[in-house]
Design a protein around this ligand. Structure first.
Ligand code: BGC
Length: 801
């Protein structure tokens, strides 16, 4: 390992346990020292470091649970069980892939197109459990990825009969038994809820197994909190639709995640914000104050238990019901303590701007704070808080006037029949004068800077610079194989060497920098030497195509000197958010930024901050949370880490309402303007304002009938005019496949994208180039707009010099 790799993995190992959430515990853990260990479960040896697809990071090494526990000195007594499980798994996998290919053939399509990311349900089997001495650990894994959604079936969201049986049997048999969840999103734990010790380890990248060993031995303490509600499957909301092929109706409006559970009076198994640790804390809220709309509250946190640990304090606000219905409570601020020893105490000040709680009134196209009582509640989970103070606003305040620009769905948003009442007796009241809030207005007349060099470009050159650099023989880009300059990068812009314009190289994430580990170089450029395309994709291809792709990716016979570019696999997005620790997220961004510098990558195609609208979304593991504040703050922290490195930037994605993978190229999200603004766009706004990311990627889906990449309202009015975004807007990887197969809505068109202010059609193809030229001729897009778009590309390209 190189020094930088060592430094990066040390950071992960030091802080990784902060992402892990202890859901249940008795006194059995942490253990006093390594011992004989019965290690079982799908993830014991086949531990998952992150999901599949473009988010899959090729790290040099990866510590599985078995590796980590053995390295820590445990004597694993269940090797024979693991060997037998490996055989069962390999056979099930083979049958599953064969089945996917067969059914695709029947439908007249290709498995690689419409079964990408398909989740293989965990198989049922019967392997005897040999109860030995010592402790027992059962690692339950799930994996999902881009292209498919998860399903509420045994082996995916539900537990299999085998899992239920084995987990319960081990819990009964061993005094010291830990159920470890090595998953990217919720599984329904209701059948095993009696288990005494449950750890949501998550998928923590390269150091996953080592971090698990550290937690079990108490070398580090889990201090994560859920960033998404974990419930029995049947208790999740079924108000809106999910997984429809063409039109998905977000009828639940703003009632997403805990906003639904709390407002509808449903009790989840483990609420949003929940997480135990090895110790106990006492939280006491002190005085609240208000100044110029900013509310602050002091909270003291004392470690009253026997172990050292960190605590996360969360501040929720219940808003008055008025013209607009409100969720029972909204996360307004949070903070994490330092590591506190037993008996130690720390004061935190939690602050938020009241304006950020404004609700969106569609009738007036305005953000408003309604009159009445805003109850502040502090605690260590959304369901464990104490009311601390009331902010009483004496009238209505219109905090911002904007314009509706997102279109209308064909339904009215759902709302709970009867809002929950909040008792405020005896609480201190702070009076706030509504007239003190100034109404912010937005100018939609944007002043676009124009680079004189862009003005000198010919029409053809402008069209070329408005798309990614493509291969004139046709684009070969299938997830991360489209760069001539950096092996395994996802794409790049065209370079005009004679004009001094270099290309911008982009590589995927978000669980690290996705490049090919090994590559060769010749006069045509770089070539991956170990296959840049994820196996989760090549395995779905017909055998001859897979062979060709692997050869193209350099598998097998690389010629010439082999160079290496080893990147660090960091925790998945959901796990990072579970740390509720910005500074760790920023350090992860710093790791990525450092590796971008080393390997010549300019834009990182991450962080991804779509909302966990439904636990079935196959890409939720890449995303942070069901809550917009948490999502936005983490995207900002990571961006700040990456952008410490001059010239390197992040690309927020996927903008917006990209909350399912089923028919992801052609799905239309029907969402109200209010829900879009309060839930799905809010995190992007926070990230843009707090970290100035260099780029942003639109999504594949349509929004109320318009492709997001062609949506001028979304890109110009909201992103640029309202949020003040100054960076580059690119599309998601629009490929020829988007036009294949039966679809209700046509694929987006490069000229319409450019006209909407989308600066770059990625990864770029001859088809996109021709569509742009055609669009210029027929007036779909103006030359001036292409110059404006090109200016934004040039601006970043020039920063490289
Ligand atoms: C994914 C993006 C990714 C891009 C490039 C797309 O299929 O949706 O998240 O950045 O490919 O690999």
């Amino acid at each position: 390992m190189n020094d930088y790799e060592k430094e990066h993995s040390d950071i992960l190992r030091r802080f990784g346990a902060e992402c892990a959430v202890l859901l249940k515990r008795d006194v059995a853990f942490p253990l006093d020292g390594p011992c004989s260990l019965a290690l079982y479960g799908s993830g014991a040896r086949r531990t998952v470091k992150g999901g599949t697809g473009s988010g899959e990071v090729n790290s040099r090494y990866f510590a599985t649970a078995e590796d980590g526990l053995e390295a820590a000195g445990f004597r694993v007594t269940t090797k024979a069980w693991m060997d037998s499980y490996d055989e069962i798994y390999a056979k099930a996998k083979k049958d599953f892939i064969r089945g996917l290919k067969r059914s695709a053939l029947k439908r007249g399509t290709l498995a690689v197109l419409d079964s990408m990311g398909a989740v293989m349900p965990e198989p049922e089997y019967s392997l005897p459990l040999n109860y030995g001495d010592g402790a027992a650990v059962y690692v339950l894994s799930r994996i999902s990825g881009e292209g498919s959604d998860r399903r509420p079936v045994p082996g995916d969201i539900l537990l299999t009969e085998t899992e239920k049986h084995d987990i319960l049997a081990l819990d009964r048999r061993y005094e010291k038994f830990l159920l470890v969840l090595n998953v990217g999103g919720p599984v329904d734990l209701s059948p095993v809820s009696e288990v005494r010790n449950i750890l949501l380890l998550s998928q923590l990248g390269a150091e996953t197994g080592n971090i698990l060993a550290d937690i079990i031995l108490g070398k580090s303490a889990p201090s994560g909190k859920l960033s998404t509600t974990w419930s029995a499957w049947d208790d999740y909301a079924s108000v809106g639709s999910f997984g429809d092929r063409y039109d998905t109706r977000y009828k639940e409006g703003i009632y997403v995640g805990y906003r639904y559970f709390d407002s509808a009076g449903r009790d989840p198994l483990f609420p949003f914000g929940f997480g135990l640790g090895y110790t106990e804390f006492e939280i006491a809220a002190g005085n609240a104050t208000e100044e110029n709309g900013t509310v602050s509250i002091d909270v003291s946190v004392k470690n009253t238990g026997k172990h050292s640990g960190k605590e996360v304090v969360q501040l929720y606000v219940s808003q008055p019901q008025g013209k607009l219905d409100k969720a029972y409570q909204t996360l307004a601020a949070f903070g994490k303590t330092e590591e506190l020893k037993p008996g130690e105490e720390q004061k935190l000040t939690l602050s938020f701007d009241l304006r950020d709680l404004s609700s969106y009134d569609e009738e007036r196209a305005a953000w408003i704070l309604e009159p009445g009582d805003y109850v502040l509640r502090a605690g260590n989970s959304s369901r464990d808080t104490d009311a601390a103070a009331v902010i009483r606003i004496d009238g209505e305040a219109v905090t911002k006037k904007v314009r509706n620009c997102l279109g209308k769905p064909d339904f009215k948003d759902w709302k709970p029949e009867k809002p929950r009442e909040e008792a405020i007796d005896g609480l201190p009241v702070i009076h706030v004068d509504a007239a003190a809030f100034r109404t912010e207005t937005v100018s939609y007349e944007l002043q676009h800077p124009v680079d004189p060099l862009a003005e000198t470009l010919s029409d053809e050159e402008l069209c070329l610079i408005n798309t990614g650099a493509f291969n004139l023989k046709g684009s070969l880009s299938v997830i991360g194989e489209a760069s001539q300059s950096v092996a395994g990068a996802a794409g790049e812009t065209i370079s005009f060497k004679d004009k001094g314009i270099p290309s911008l190289v982009m590589a995927d994430g978000p669980a690290g920098l996705r490049l090919s580990r090994r590559y060769t170089r010749d006069d045509k450029g770089v070539h991956a030497a170990d296959g840049g395309m994820p196996e989760s994709i090549t395995e779905l291809m017909p055998a001859p195509a897979a062979f060709v792709m692997k050869r193209l990716g350099g598998n097998g016979r690389p010629k010439g000197e082999i160079f290496e570019q080893n990147c660090t696999a960091i925790p998945i997005g959901t796990a990072l958010a579970q740390s509720w620790n910005f500074s760790f997220a920023e350090q992860c961004g710093d790791i990525v930024g450092d590796e971008m510098e080393r390997f010549g990558t300019d834009l990182w195609l991450a962080p991804a901050l779509n909302i966990h609208r439904d636990i079935r979304c196959g890409r939720n593991f890449e995303y942070f949370s069901e809550d917009p504040l948490l999502s936005g703050k983490f995207a900002a922290a990571i961006t700040n880490g990456v952008q410490k490195h001059p010239g390197r930037g992040t690309t927020l994605k996927h903008f917006a309402a990209n909350n399912q993978e089923t028919n992801r190229y052609g799905n239309n999200s029907l969402v109200s303007e209010r829900a879009m603004r309060e839930i799905y766009l809010k995190g992007f706004e926070t990230a843009v304002k707090e970290s100035r990311p260099l780029a942003l990627m639109t999504s594949y889906n349509l929004l109320n009938g318009t492709h997001t990449s062609e949506h001028r309202g979304l890109i110009q009015d909201i992103l640029r005019a309202e949020f003040g975004f100054k960076g580059l807007v690119m599309t998601d990887w629009i490929l020829a496949v988007m036009n294949m197969g039966k679809n209700k809505y046509p694929a987006p068109n490069a000229a319409k994208i450019a006209a909407a202010g989308g600066d770059l059609v990625m990864p770029g193809s001859k088809g996109d180039y021709k569509a742009l030229l055609e669009g210029l001729k027929n007036g779909t897009v103006t030359r001036r707009q292409l110059i404006i778009n090109a200016t934004r590309v040039l601006c970043l390209a020039k920063q490289k010099q």
